[in-house]
Ligand binder design. Structure first.
Ligand code: CP3
Length: 350
């Protein structure tokens, strides 16, 4: 079924994004971009001047402004809440910072059961600024849905155990293999924090949630299934009980997509390395999200849009398809090129 702009959505539930997520007919393939807010936008750099990353996440007026910036500029079909996967840890008192050009850095990495037990559980009282920011956003966004998010237990554990970004996640996996009791306690701790953090966002009005397991691709399917999936499943189940759709995303997950769906996702996010037909074969009767290579925005526009058309066409075989990049917007991206990409996807006749 094709509709025209005359039947534009009046609530998030009527819009292309939530329709695609539910597997219903859409007026156009909905589109948003991971990291659509951030360093690729001059207006972001302007409001962030002199304000630390985590501090900006705790100032509701800044969160509202930064989340709205790409919505205004591109007219994307969904907003992603401006925050970070380590913000809830900071909120409960873990000593960490986000270092520009590096990423999250944890002062005292977690290595023992006592280290895990020292991390408090998250309650809404830890994050009143999140409730305020989400509520402010929902009223400003009108019919555009807000996607809330949390980091998945494995990816957040990697920052806590390594103490910072890691290529091989060696210490994290060493704990998983060699200290299963500590690992289990840590994963339960993070899962509880993630579930509580998502609940705050949904209670304040978020229309959907995304669980980012960015580094799950470091795991074999067997290790993912036994040591990680049950904990992510708990977070996704908790979000499901709140009645919102759940997107589950990771990078390098070609062999994990089926399990990531089974963990309790309504939509499985796919990075650009996995062709959508292969992804769809794995996820079965679920919607998919993705997966244009984020570097294609640096190619000539007609090359980018030709590849985007291939992604849209491939997505038609899925239960539903949300267009996105296969990972976050690269900071050097020209915003005008993302605007052209948004218009192309929304104008593409299905
Ligand atoms: O627009 C959006 O997508 C919403 C905001 C968002 C941020 N981080 C803001 C941010 C989201 C959804 C995240 C999630 C996140 N954070 C993930 C999962 C997504 C992914 O990319 O796989 C991960 C792994 C992190 C951890 C993290 N935080 C990294 C690796 C970095 C980048 C470090 C750097 O400087 O290169 C951050 C910092 C961060 N988070 C920035 C932004 C806009 C950049 C900080 C800045 O602008 O000063």
């Amino acid at each position: 079924m094709t509709t025209t702009a005359a039947t534009a959505a009046t609530t998030p539930a009527d819009g292309a994004f939530l329709k695609a997520v539910r597997g219903e007919p859409v007026p156009h393939t909905p589109v948003w971009f991971m990291r659509q807010a951030g360093r690729s936008l001059p207006e972001y750099l302007a409001v962030r001047e002199g304000v630390g990353m985590l501090e900006s996440c705790m100032r509701p007026e800044l969160v509202v402004e930064i989340t709205m910036q790409p919505v205004r500029r591109y007219g994307v079909d969904a907003a992603i809440f401006f925050s970070d996967i380590v913000l809830p840890l900071k909120a409960v008192g873990v000593d960490l910072d986000i270092v520009p050009g590096v990423g999250p850095v944890v002062a005292s990495p977690v290595r023992t059961l006592a280290d895990v037990e020292a991390i408090p559980d998250l309650t809404p009282e830890h994050v009143p600024f999140i409730t305020e920011a989400v509520a402010g956003l929902v009223s400003e966004l009108g019919a555009t849905p807000l996607i809330g998010f949390a980091g998945a237990p494995f990816t957040v554990a990697s920052y806590l155990v390594e103490g910072g970004p890691s290529k091989d996640h060696a210490r994290t996996k060493a704990m998983m293999f060699g200290a299963p009791d500590v690992w289990d306690a840590l994963m339960r701790k993070i899962a509880g924090i993630a579930a509580a953090y998502l609940e705050v966002q949904v209670a304040a009005g978020a229309s959907a949630v995304q669980l980012f397991d960015s580094w799950a691709g470091a795991l074999t399917p067997d290790d993912y299934r036994t040591a990680v999936m049950p904990h992510s499943a708990r977070v996704l189940a908790a979000a499901g009980e709140l009645g919102v759709p759940r997107i589950h995303f990771g990078v390098g997950t070609a062999n994990l997509l089926g399990l990531m769906g089974e963990a309790g996702a309504d939509v499985v996010g796919v990075d650009w390395r996995t062709p959508l037909p292969a992804a769809i074969a794995q996820v079965g009767d679920r919607a998919i999200q993705g997966n244009l290579d984020p570097t294609l925005v640096f190619a000539p526009t007609e090359v980018m849009t030709a590849r985007a058309a291939e992604v849209i066409e491939a997505g038609r075989a899925a239960r539903g398809h949300v267009f996105n990049l296969g990972h976050g917007v690269i900071p050097a991206t020209d915003p005008d090129q993302l605007k052209r990409l948004t218009e192309f996807v929304q104008g593409y006749r299905l």
